[in-house]
Design a protein around this ligand. Sequence first.
Ligand code: THU
Length: 136
Amino acid sequence: MKDLELYRIAENARENAYAPFSGFRVGAALLTTDGRVYTGVNVENSSYGATICAERTAFVKAVSEGERSFEAIAISAGEEPSMPCGICRQFMFEFAPQIRVITLPPAGGDPEDGLQVKRLEELLPDGFRLETGQST
Ligand code: THU
């Protein structure tokens, strides 16, 4: 699947964001290595710290359906570029240190004119990993 196509899915998913407190709506589209796509949105809460980001929503949906292998994640916050927060970087690192993270470039603009693609390992060098000997 093309990066732009995945980004468009994230943009559409964003319509379901629940962000009454910040007004900052985020959509994510997570592509598995088998070609399946799981979407996610940020879901805020009256108890602010209970908020979950769009990226983690997508990962939790996928992992809870048995997915373990991921190729790319696209993140849309509308016109503004939005990079994954530190918690989401660590969360994704658990499953996919090399996942491609697709966003608008720092200057924003039309996604048709180009997207920014970075490996998670670039965004989170030396992420934490607890070796358990288990793979599930
Ligand atoms: N947010 C995300 O969904 N993903 C990120 O990586 C950054 C932040 C959400 C959380 C909160 O609902 C809103 O953006 C403002 O922080």
